[in-house]
Design a protein around this ligand. Structure first.
Ligand SMILES: *[C@@H]1O[C@H](CO)[C@@H](O)[C@H](O)[C@H]1NC(C)=O
Ligand SMILES: *[C@@H]1O[C@H](CO)[C@@H](O)[C@H](O)[C@H]1NC(C)=O
Ligand SMILES: *[C@@H]1O[C@H](CO)[C@@H](O)[C@H](O)[C@H]1NC(C)=O
Ligand SMILES: *[C@@H]1O[C@H](CO)[C@@H](O)[C@H](O)[C@H]1NC(C)=O
Ligand SMILES: *[C@@H]1O[C@H](CO)[C@@H](O)[C@H](O)[C@H]1NC(C)=O
Ligand SMILES: *[C@@H]1O[C@H](CO)[C@@H](O)[C@H](O)[C@H]1NC(C)=O
Ligand SMILES: *[C@@H]1O[C@H](CO)[C@@H](O)[C@H](O)[C@H]1NC(C)=O
Length: 371
């Protein structure tokens, strides 16, 4: 993600494209697939526009909130058709002690999701962060660390075999300048940890799409180029990689242009992988002004439009949907209000602006039949 110190720039474009969210909202709601929804049926509209899904990340602590759960599961699969567990499939949750596996938290999200006809993006198998103490404090030689990685992936992917549309196999392995990140994996195994992880995942679930997932690869630049080289390198070695996740943690008014997001997605799909927007949110400085919230609606819509425009962009996932559960305020002090709904489950203008993108695309016969 971009540094929090980057200031918001102009909000002059505020609301230009979506000047009448309230009026628009009504027309969208009327046409939505399920009239009992209080908001546009974003997943149904995304599918009508040619995408596989519109989904959200979620986390275990918020599931007991009945209103939250109604939006997440109760309106599924009309509102959200896909779910990503934000934390409970990470290494510290799934293998808290060496070779002792715990799927309780992950199952508590994946099972109800599947029961509500949602698809799951599973997240993640290899990362520099949120690893258990036994792993980070150990001193491992190359061969031992490789076997630890292979054992973890075989077990976790094996447990969820057949349940995950996709796995984020390797998460955030690159620096912003395009070099490999120095971390416990790279420093001991070298770049070989990436093909080893993908091979282990492919062996454990032949049907799950295998993704590389990262931030600051949403527009052309050194890091995106490095991620493209990673895809090419894996393919040249005969290693299966099916997709690249563009996290898309954006700042209102500073999101990459439509053209640059489209060109960037196409640079990946040209290599023979699909892309997905995997962690979309648009943070603004708090307290948010109406102008910032209107700009945010434009920014969400731009990324939705980019995905709609690119054959091979399969879907969008927001990084949770209600401001009371957003990771932003805790990570970027002074920023917040990043999600589609405010802390009282009132839809912000971004819900209508995204719906409008999908509706326009669905009304366009060419787009409608593109897959
Ligand atoms: C509409 O949503 C409600 C609440 O989730 C659900 O019970 C119902 O089956 C849905 N109807 C249709 C036609 O999808
Ligand atoms: C497994 O994880 C769940 C959810 O985090 C936790 O409540 C439970 O105590 C864990 N089980 C064991 C045996 O550690
Ligand atoms: C999911 O559906 C299965 C089969 O109907 C059922 O056994 C299970 O309890 C459900 N789980 C959840 C979490 O809804
Ligand atoms: C790339 O970025 C990393 C992390 O900030 C830094 O350690 C490294 O020196 C940089 N390499 C080059 C060639 O700029
Ligand atoms: C670790 O072992 C793997 C598999 O043999 C190899 O590809 C990799 O280069 C080794 N890494 C180092 C740092 O020697
Ligand atoms: C949510 O509603 C409560 C009660 O009406 C109100 O005090 C609070 O300011 C609202 N919060 C937001 C974020 O709108
Ligand atoms: C409809 O699709 C065509 C072909 O992709 C495109 O050129 C045109 O801009 C689209 N129109 C709208 C309103 O989206």
């Amino acid at each position: 993600m971009k540094a929090p110190s980057q200031l918001l720039t102009t909000t002059l474009l505020v609301g230009a494209a979506f000047a009448a969210p309230a009026r628009h909202y009504k027309s969208v709601a009327k046409r939505a697939a399920n009239s009992s929804l209080p908001v546009p049926a974003l997943n149904k509209l995304a599918q009508a526009a040619g995408l596989k899904y519109f989904g959200t990340a979620t986390d275990n602590p918020e599931l007991p909130n009945a209103e939250y759960s109604q939006y997440l599961f109760g309106y599924a699969p009309q509102l959200f058709g896909q779910v990503t567990p934000a934390n409970s499939q990470k290494w510290d949750a799934t293998e808290p002690e060496q070779n002792v596996f715990n799927y309780t938290g992950g199952d508590a999200i994946i099972q109800p999701a599947l029961n509500h006809s949602m698809i799951a993006r599973c997240h993640n198998l290899n990362w520099y962060n949120q690893n258990p103490e036994w792993l980070t404090s150990g001193t491992w030689d190359n061969a031992t660390l490789i076997s630890i990685l292979q054992n973890h992936i075989a077990n976790v992917v094996g447990h969820y075999k057949g349940q995950c549309y996709a796995w984020d196999v390797v998460n955030e392995a690159l620096n912003d300048n395009g070099t490999y990140r120095s971390d416990l994996w790279y420093d001991t195994i070298g770049p070989a940890f990436i093909p080893i992880a993908f091979q282990a995942a492919a062996a454990a679930d032949p049907n799950a799409k295998l993704y590389y997932n990262d931030y600051n690869i949403e527009s052309p630049g050194a890091k995106s180029t490095a991620a493209q080289q990673l895809v090419s390198s894996l393919k040249a070695q005969g290693i299966r990689i099916d997709g690249v996740g563009l996290q898309s943690h954006f700042i209102g008014g500073e999101t990459p242009t439509l053209d640059s997001q489209v060109a960037n997605m196409q640079a990946f799909t040209a290599l023979g992988v699909e892309v997905a927007v995997t962690e979309l949110d648009v943070r603004v400085s708090t307290p948010a002004t109406d102008a910032e919230i209107a700009q945010q609606a434009t920014d969400y819509a731009t990324t939705a439009q980019a995905c709609v425009n690119v054959e091979g962009c399969v879907g969008l996932t927001v990084w949770d949907f209600d401001d009371q559960y957003s990771w932003v305020p805790g990570t970027f002090p002074g920023y917040g209000a990043a999600d589609l709904f405010d802390a009282n489950f009132t839809a912000k203008p971004a819900v209508a602006s995204i719906a409008q993108v999908f509706q326009s695309a669905a009304a366009n016969a060419t787009k409608h039949t593109r897959r």
